[in-house]
Design a protein around this ligand. Structure first.
Ligand code: FES
Length: 72
């Protein structure tokens, strides 16, 4: 089993489990506060990017695959 696992929540964030380091676009390390699991925003609406803050639920975010299933 790999040390890092990334899973996609249905119409929600990417969950990253394992020992990772995260860097901003300038290469600066982002403090993960010792968390072993982080949720990265996939909807683009989080006010705490790159982390998910739960806003995806408030805006009714649907992942492309979920939206296609719901419309078909
Ligand atoms: S995925 Fe949760 S706020 Fe964007």
């Amino acid at each position: 089993m790999p040390d890092v696992e990334i899973s996609i929540r249905p119409s929600g964030p990417y969950l990253v489990r394992g020992p990772v380091s995260l860097h901003d676009s300038d290469g600066n390390a982002i403090d993960l506060g010792g968390k072993e699991v982080i949720a990265l925003c996939r909807c683009g609406a989080s006010t705490t990017k790159p982390f998910c803050d739960g806003t995806h639920s408030k805006i009714g975010f649907l992942a492309a695959t979920q939206a296609a299933q719901d419309s078909g």
